[in-house]
Design a protein. Sequence first.
Length: 186
Amino acid sequence: MNTPSNILSMAEKYRYMRETYRKRLAFGKSGIHGFGIFAKLPHRAGDMMIEYTGELVRPSIADKREQLIYNSMGAGTYMFRIDDERVIDATRTGSIAHLINHSCVPNCYSRVITVNGDEHIIIFAKRHIPKWEELTYDYRFFSIGERLSCSCGFPGCRGVVNDTEAEEQHAKICVPRCDLIDWTAE
């Protein structure tokens, strides 16, 4: 569904996306994992698809919830890290955007945009998305030591949901404590 050409500002595009996402998107059984979000209508590259909403929490709270509550209940965890200080927890509350599955070859991407002074996580179409195609984006999950397997099944699949490039860069700049030299001992 093409955004009307008379809508030019980010605020207008955001408002249009919020008003029309129920007409444009549906959730259903996914071939990737569990449930997913599907395009009811075709979309162009650059279209705002949906906002990822939930409860804004600090990373320490998100980590505690995941470890002590969600994992112990066997519940799925739906968290979106905005930056080092903010996480959106959509596990118990939020939009259906938390059902968008990961793909190593995604048709969408996420961006934090500012509209009227407020920040929003928006899922955008990365390319043309035909009717009834499942929406996907690359989670690029960052974790030291924990590997989450990917089931997207696309050619070019990394095999993991992890952001392997960032983890490799982190490994290059982080030195094991035992390898550090005490410069004060001289």
